[in-house]
Design a binder for this molecule. Structure first.
Ligand code: GSH
Length: 226
């Protein structure tokens, strides 16, 4: 067993981000690779260069008493940091930025910037969740729901975002903040919900800027419907 652990450690050391995913860290993220909410939290960990352990948060795990003790809602992501157990992707972004970014760049104190960030966190939990994220979960995972309604919400959101980003590099400030991290994953993967991004050049430019940030890690691509 000890040898197995050492081999696994060595194998991890062969990957570019190996130094970030370690077992001897107090930060633990429960998620699944195809959850945009979990990706949001993982992306923040990576952008901050934080070491963390990734724990499976797949559906059978989410139904266990141990998982439900961490989050009675049975949802991922959950961040554990020592004694702190923190469900909810946007709450995790706020915590990570406040706790681990002493520069304050990812979540500035300035009241107007903070308010603008909050607007986009609300959009991430509102229009993004019920638009592109909902359409994707219906298409990919055959979840129940009204695909056309979700696609309509997504289209309205994308038209708005494309205009908004016409003269802005990032969502809430001239530099990236947790607002961009909150919105990135499900907008980038909107085509998997049958929502092409071809018509939204400014949105695609913004996605590219997020993808260029040091530490960026993508969420695995899934099939795009015809
Ligand atoms: N408000 C939560 C929503 C998280 C969420 O919807 N997670 C999904 C996976 S993407 C989940 O765990 N679904 C299982 C369930 O709701 O039973 C957040 O932002 O983290």
């Amino acid at each position: 067993m000890a040898l197995f652990l050492r081999v696994r450690q060595w194998l991890r050391c062969q990957t570019p981000f190996a130094e970030l995913i370690m077992t001897d860290t107090s930060l633990i993220l429960y998620g699944t690779p195809l959850s945009g909410h979990a990706h949001r939290a993982e992306l923040m960990l990576r952008l901050l260069g934080l070491a963390y352990r990734y724990e499976d948060g797949s559906a059978p795990v989410r139904r266990t008493p141990a998982f439900l003790a961490l989050n009675p809602l049975g949802q991922i992501p959950i961040l554990v940091d020592g004694d702190l157990v923190l469900p909810d992707s946007n709450a995790i972004l706020v915590y990570l930025a406040r706790r681990y970014d002493p520069s304050g760049a990812w979540y500035p104190d300035d009241m107007v910037i903070a308010a603008r960030i909050q607007r986009w966190l609300s959009m991430a939990a509102g229009e993004v969740r019920y638009g592109p994220a909902k359409a994707r979960v219906i298409q990919l995972f055959k979840a129940e729901g009204d695909l056309a309604a979700a696609q309509a919400i997504a289209t309205q959101l994308l038209v708005f975002m494309d205009g908004y980003l016409a003269d802005r590099a990032f969502l809430a400030h001239h530099a990236p903040t947790i607002a961009d991290v909150a919105c990135y994953s499900y907008i980038a993967h909107a085509p998997e919900g049958g929502i092409p991004l071809d018509a939204y050049a400014h949105v695609r430019g913004w996605l590219g800027r997020v993808e260029s940030l040091p530490g960026f890690v993508p969420m695995p691509r899934s099939p795009v419907p015809d």
